[in-house]
Design a binder for this molecule. Structure first.
Ligand SMILES: C[S@@+](CC[C@H](N)C(=O)[O-])C[C@H]1O[C@@H](n2cnc3c(N)ncnc32)[C@H](O)[C@@H]1O
Length: 391
C-alpha cells in the first residue's frame, strides 16, 4: 500500500477540534512547522490533525511557542506520515464525490455548488451529521430538485462514504423546549442510535433526541486524564456521559452521581455505563438539578459543571455537594476574550461568598484555567478548575 500511497516517514501530527482547524493551520504556517507535503495516516473523531516537520515529540519549549500563537487546546503525537500520495483530506473527498455525482448526471458542477459544500460536520460513530444549512442554498436546492430520487439517494450515500460514514443526517431546527432536543433529518439510513469509542471509552445514544457536545473532545480527554482515584464525583449536567464515563473509565473515580433531566440522555448514559462495565459505580439522579443536587450534600470530592453558557445557577448547590474538607469544581463558561482574568477573579470571590453563606470555612483558589475553544467571535469556552480546602 505504501508504494502506491507514498512513502511514510515518522512525524509529529498536531490535533485540535475540527472548528479550530483554520486557526491551528495558520499558527503552524506562521511558525514554519507545517509540512504541506505530509498527510496524517490517522483520523480522529471531531478533530483535525496537521503533519509538522518535527520528527520527534514536541519539547516543552516548542509547546509554549505554539501556545503563544494558538491559545486553545491541542494534542500532539508521533505518527507515520505519508510524504506524497492521494488526498486523505475529507474536504477533498467531498469535493471529488460531488463532482463525480454531477458528472454521472452528464452535468458540470458549477463553481458555486463546490464553493457552498459544507466545510464542517460531526461524526458520531458511522453517522455523519451535516450542519443545518448544508446543501440548502438556492443552487444546491435547484440541482437536487431536478435530480431523481435515486440520484439524490446516490449523492447522500456518496457523501456519507466520502466523510467516512455509512449513514448521513442533517441537523434540523433544535426544538424550542427545555431539553433543546436536536432533531435530525436522516438523508441516508434510518437508524438514529449511534455508538462509538473514544480514548477507550464507549458512548451510545439516540442522536435524534440528545444534545451531544461535539467539539469539546480535547476537554473530555483532559478530564479523563486527571487522577481521580477513589473519588466520589457529582456531575451536575451528565448528559450521555460525555465527562461522567471518562471519569469512571479513565480517571479512576470510585463513584459518579450523575444529574440529568433528559430521559433520552439518561438512556445513553446507562447504555454507556453497561458497555464500559461501570454501571455499579454510577447513580443517576433524574430531574432538574435544582432539586436533585440538594440531596447530595457533603458527599463529593469533585463537582463537574458542564453547562454553557453558564452553570452559575447551581454554584451554591455544587459547593454544598463537596465534602466538609473541600474538593474541586470544574466550571464551564462562555466568556468574552478580553474579560477572562476579571471573570476568574469575580468567580473566585463569588464562590468565597457563597461558601461563607453555607458555613464552609475554606480557602478557595483557582487551580487551572483551560481555554477549550472559540465559541463565537471573541467569546471563548473556558473551564476554571477551582480548589476548595481547609488549609
Ligand atoms: C451541554 S449538555 C452536556 C451534555 C453532555 N456533556 C454530553 O455531551 O452528553 C447539558 C446537559 O445538561 C442537561 N441539563 C440542562 N439543564 C439541566 C438541569 N437544570 N438539570 C438537569 N440536567 C440539565 C441537559 O439535558 C444536557 O444533557
Amino acid at each position: 500500500m505504501d508504494s502506491t500511497d507514498g512513502t511514510p516517514r515518522i512525524g509529529v501530527v498536531i490535533w485540535t477540534s475540527q472548528h479550530l482547524g483554520s486557526e491551528l493551520h495558520a499558527a503552524l504556517k506562521a511558525l514554519k512547522w507545517f509540512d504541506k507535503g505530509g498527510r496524517s495516516r490517522n483520523e480522529r473523531r471531531e478533530q483535525i490533525g496537521f503533519p509538522c516537520l518535527q520528527s520527534s515529540a514536541l519539547t516543552i519549549e516548542q509547546m509554549d511557542e505554539l501556545r503563544a500563537v494558538f491559545p486553545y487546546q491541542f494534542e500532539h503525537e508521533v505518527l507515520a506520515v505519508r510524504e506524497v500520495g492521494p488526498s486523505v483530506n475529507p474536504h477533498d473527498r467531498l469535493r471529488k464525490c460531488a463532482l463525480g455525482w454531477a458528472g454521472h448526471q452528464g452535468a458540470e458542477l458549477p463553481g458555486k455548488l463546490v464553493e457552498t459544500l459544507p466545510n464542517k460536520w460531526e461524526r458520531l460513530g458511522d453517522l455523519i451529521v451535516l450542519p443545518i444549512d448544508a446543501f440548502q442554498d438556492d443552487a444546491w436546492c435547484e440541482r437536487l430538485e431536478a435530480a431523481s430520487s435515486s440520484n439524490r439517494h446516490e449523492l447522500w450515500q456518496n457523501v456519507a462514504t466520502a466523510l467516512g460514514g455509512t449513514r448521513l443526517a442533517r441537523q434540523a431546527q433544535i426544538m424550542d423546549n427545555a431539553l433543546r432536543s436536536p432533531q435530525l433529518e436522516m438523508l441516508y439510513g434510518e437508524q438514529t442510535w449511534v455508538e462509538f469509542s473514544d480514548h477507550g471509552v464507549k458512548f451510545g445514544f439516540d442522536a435524534q433526541h440528545v444534545m451531544f457536545s461535539a467539539g469539546n473532545v480535547t476537554e473530555r480527554h483532559r478530564i479523563g486524564g486527571l487522577n481521580m482515584q477513589g473519588e466520589t464525583i457529582v456531575d451536575a449536567y451528565a448528559g450521555t456521559g460525555y465527562y461522567t464515563l471518562p471519569m469512571l473509565v479513565r480517571s479512576g473515580a470510585l463513584h459518579v452521581h450523575a444529574c440529568e433531566m433528559n430521559p433520552a440522555s439518561i438512556d445513553g448514559l446507562q447504555w454507556g455505563a453497561e458497555a464500559n462495565n461501570v454501571a455499579d459505580q454510577l447513580t443517576v439522579h433524574q430531574g432538574d438539578n435544582q432539586t436533585t443536587l440538594p440531596s447530595l450534600i457533603g458527599i463529593a470530592d469533585r463537582c463537574h459543571l458542564g453547562l454553557l453558557p453558564s452553570s452559575e445557577a447551581v454554584w451554591s448547590h455544587a459547593l454544598n455537594c463537596l465534602k466538609p474538607e473541600g474538593g474541586r469544581l470544574h466550571i464551564h463558561m462562555n466568556v468574552e476574550e478580553g474579560s477572562i482574568e476579571e471573570w476568574c477573579e469575580q468567580t473566585i470571590s463569588e464562590l468565597r461568598q457563597l461558601s461563607k453563606e453555607l458555613g464552609r470555612v475554606w480557602t478557595i483558589e483557582a487551580e487551572h484555567l483551560e481555554r477549550v475553544k472559540s465559541y463565537a467571535p471573541r467569546v471563548l469556552h473556558i473551564v476554571l478548575d477551582v480548589k476548595c480546602s481547609t488549609v
